[in-house]
Design a binder for this molecule. Structure first.
Ligand code: F55
Length: 832
């Protein structure tokens, strides 16, 4: 090879400061097309990202090649959402070259933080479900597991939230506007996906009944690959996202002008499939485009998976030994019917063989028990959009129900509950039932949630298939949520116990013995204080609010939903405000209530609660009689990037959902890991967090899931009685209903008052109020004793090792997927 090329090749891989700096200048000039004087911060971000990408590519190809050569069993994580956030610091940190990069930029007179801040936040998800998928990608790569993410490359991610007069307003989130330096377009990886049309029956070569799907519309799915850098940079996995492309076959000879333009318009419209992420985090709204998105990416992913499998195999018998497909909720569950179609119609397998292969290949994760979130598509729509799939679903259903009857499930009510079709009202396909039946394993995301699945939504299925449901308590990646987001605490931890915790979070348990060490406590407090200053500056920039670093940072950050009970928190805020005004001579512990989170654009109640928080903030923050002892802040546009600043600065973590309604929660884990004390109900993974941190180091309040269940079964309660008997609650509600916070529109909050009274208070806000205030008081009291507080905070951080998503992913790998780590062979090793 020509020596000049050779040296350039070495340069591209060089990981030292000089090499990085030379690469940056080369990329800036030759690819971004700017010189150093003209370059903007964004230019520098693109420059640095492209140079970092160079350091990834060889190892990425080595990883992919190793999987191929070993014909390793792969796991395919199918998810309509991947809430990735920014990648620059993440990639540098996992490659171990963050300091080198910082120095190289220093030498160019640039600040690494400014460059990193120019990266848009990839928000291809709504909340917990999408972020879990992103944490799993990091953990699979960090464990050396052959894992692929499959999803949609939305042109518009989750909307940008702004406040106008305190109301949420949505703006399009154009993350791709200036290009995406991390992705590789793969125009040659292109699969057809069909919609509509009809089904023809015919006789196959051996005279058996067979079906073909004809006269369908076609869209193409084009792949974009993003490398997923594992910790240490050894394994680099792939996230493959599909983008919709119109086909060019017009299929109908010649036509007049009008027909031609119409045909072209249709083609253009087909690209809307990957245009925008649906912004609902709970309700399935029944939109045809959403259903088509689900099928679009699922079909493309399955075609890709089968193509990869067929490179090594001629029969499908071994598919379950070579591919595990995990369904992230029911959103990709149509994949069960699609795999059946591909195997039976396209590859001529017998039904029973295809079904056995399908079931052995798929597994399904449930993320919610809320009835309004369980997907059920109208039969009339499914048969129009995917006629062959509707037939296949009927066939699966008929065989299943017949077998159940034959096995003695005589009870018709039970059979109709087990059916894939909900026959009540307009007939609907129950995607949860399809996912359950078509999977060999079905899991919940916390111990409590998994138990409740067995007792409620899947009780009948659990009776039929007692070994199918299992628990996989969620986790979070310590790389992003401690190492990157909280460098102050990370460096302190590493200085005492070494850096093993980064890839083996259980090692953080070694900090437990430091909880009694006064010097360590002081340093722990110093790290928290540094993070609080960083957040205070961010708050000032975002909202103009001034907050006191010495106040308790009481944080509730998550999607807005009635079941998450931000309302309970606001009511406590108003009660605390009243107490402070009533008792001005008491030396109050100053409190800053910090909220952030988006509401689904059509969720009026959630948007009204946002407005209430902003209205309360306006009154409280400008009332001199509370002497700055209480501030209320609502940070706009909560996303992964904002979370990385907010979470490390929290003293209190609010995890206050109505018991039984939050499947797991993962923000609860991030906050506790960063040394916040939880105020929470016994819901989701809070139960397991209490077991790990110990009941003395968490503030638990409120009704349990069983108590909630019993209360509902016994016909509910009378919230008016509860309100009448609690003067502080009554006063807070009266203030809201009489317009103290909305003098410009005194009736504004009537829907909220209505829901809490005549509405029966479905989420038990009033029922849990008194005990919540007790927990809040206990926390405020403890905060006065800064040594005790710090001791408990340290014990929280030190006890969260089990909640690493590395643990979660390893459990999936062993108990569901049967996949094993592969050690990549790095051919370019000599260059390191
Ligand atoms: C998105 C779209 C639809 Cl149609 C339905 C739900 C969602 C969604 O975003 N769900 C979601 O985030 N669920 C959450 O999943 C987390 C990860 O398992 C859990 O921790 C959390 O409890 C659950 O609400």
């Amino acid at each position: 090879m020509d020596a000049r090329y050779k040296s350039r090749e070495i340069e591209r891989r060089s990981l030292d400061v000089d090499g990085l700096k030379r690469s940056f200048l080369e990329w800036l000039v030759y690819s971004v097309g700017k010189d150093a004087r003209a370059a903007t911060r964004r230019d520098w971000f693109h420059t640095v990202a492209l140079a970092v990408r160079d350091r990834v590519v060889d190892r990425w190809m080595d990883t992919t090649r190793s999987y191929y050569h070993e014909d390793a069993k792969r796991v395919y994580y199918l998810s309509l959402e991947f809430l990735i956030g920014r990648l620059l610091t993440n990639s540098l940190s996992n490659l171990g070259i963050i300091n080198e990069c910082r120095q190289a930029l220093d030498r160019l007179g640039l600040s690494m933080d400014d460059v990193a801040d120019s990266e848009p936040d990839a928000a291809l998800g709504n909340g917990g479900l999408g972020r879990l998928a992103a944490c799993f990608l990091d953990s699979m790569a960090s464990q050396g597991l052959p894992g692929y993410g499959y999803g949609i490359r939305y042109e518009f991610g989750l909307f940008e939230q702004r406040f106008e007069h305190g109301w949420q307003v949505e703006y399009p989130e154009q993350w791709l506007q200036f290009g995406n330096p991390w992705e590789f377009a793969r125009p040659e990886v292109l699969y057809p996906v069909q919609f509509y049309g009809r089904v023809e029956e015919f006789r196959d070569s051996v005279g058996e009944r067979a079906y073909r799907w004809v006269d369908a519309d076609r869209v193409l799915a084009m792949a974009y690959d993003t490398p997923v850098v594992g910790y240490g940079g050894d394994t680099i996995n792939t996230l493959r996202l599909w983008s919709a492309r119109a086909t060019r076959d017009f299929n109908f000879g010649h036509f007049n002008d009008g027909a031609y333009m119409k045909a072209v318009e249709q083609k253009i419209l087909s690209e809307n499939l990957s245009r925008v992420l649906y912004p609902n985090d709970a309700t399935e709204t029944g939109k045809e485009l959403r259903f088509k998105q689900e099928y679009f990416f699922t079909s493309a992913s399955l075609q890709d998976i089968l193509r990869r499998y067929l490179q090594h195999h001629t029969s499908f018998d071994n598919l379950p030994n070579k591919a595990a497909i995990q369904l992230n909720d029911t959103h990709p569950a149509i994949g069960i019917a699609e795999l059946m179609r591909l195997l039976v119609d396209q590859h001529a397998l017998r039904w029973d063989a295809a079904w056995e292969i399908t079931r052995a290949t798929f597994a399904y994760t449930n993320h919610t028990l809320l009835p309004e979130a369980l997907e059920a598509w109208p039969v009339r729509m499914v048969e129009r959009v995917l006629p062959r799939h509707m037939q296949i679903i009927y066939e699966i259903n008929a065989k299943f129900l017949n077998r159940s009857k034959a096995r003695g499930t005589g009870d018709n009510a039970k059979l109709s509950r087990l059916s894939l079709i909900d026959e009540r009202g307009d007939r609907r396909v129950r995607m949860g039932n399809l996912a359950f039946l078509g999977s060999h394993k079905v899991n919940g995301v916390s111990a409590l949630h998994t138990d409740l699945m067995k007792q409620t939504v899947f009780a009948d299925f659990h009776e039929e298939f007692p070994d199918r449901i299992n628990n996989k308590t969620n986790g979070i990646t310590p790389r992003r949520w401690l190492k990157q987001a909280n460098p102050a605490l990370s460096e302190l931890i590493t200085s005492r116990i070494g850096e093993g915790w980064i890839s083996d979070l259980e090692q953080i348990g070694a900090l437990k013995e430091k909880a009694d060490d006064l010097v360590f406590r002081e340093e722990f407090r110093r790290a928290k204080r540094k993070n609080k200053k960083r957040l205070a500056a961010y708050i000032a920039r975002q909202t103009g609010d001034e907050v006191q670093v010495d106040s308790i940072f009481d944080v509730q950050v998550k999607r807005m939903h009635e079941y998450k009970r931000q309302l309970l928190n606001v009511l406590h805020t108003v009660a605390l405000y009243n107490e402070m005004r009533d008792n001005p001579t008491v030396s109050w512990v100053p409190v800053t209530k910090i909220f952030a989170g988006k509401a689904a654009p059509s969720y009026h109640m959630a948007k009204l609660i946002i407005k209430l928080i902003n209205d309360v903030a306006k009154v409280v923050n400008h009332d001199p009689s509370v002497h700055d002892n209480l501030k209320v802040v609502y940070l706009p546009n909560y996303n992964v990037t904002a979370a990385e600043i907010i979470i490390p600065a929290a003293d209190i973590s609010e995890q206050i959902s109505t018991a039984g309604m939050e499947a797991s929660g993962t923000g609860n884990m991030k906050l506790a890991l960063n040394g916040a004390l939880t105020i929470g109900t016994l819901d989701g993974a809070n139960v397991e967090i209490r077991e790990h941190v110990g009941p003395d180091n968490i503030f638990i309040f409120g009704m349990t899931a069983d108590e909630v269940n019993d209360l509902r079964a016994s016909g509910g309660f009378n919230p008016r009685e509860v309100i009448a008997s609690n003067p502080s609650l009554k006063r807070a509600l009266d203030m809201i209903s009489t317009g103290v916070f909305s003098p410009d529109d005194r009736n504004r909050y009537h829907p909220i008052l209505q829901a809490l009274t005549d509405g029966g208070d479905h989420f038990l806000v009033t029922a849990d109020f008194a005990d919540y205030c007790r927990a809040q008081d206990a926390a405020m009291e403890l905060y006065r004793d800064s040594e005790e507080w710090t001791r408990k905070a340290i014990l929280n951080t030190a006890s969260m090792g089990w909640f690493s998503s590395d643990r979660t992913v390893n459990e999936y790998a062993k108990e569901i997927w049967d996949v094993h780590p592969v050690k990549p062979v790095h051919e370019g090793e000599g260059f390191r």
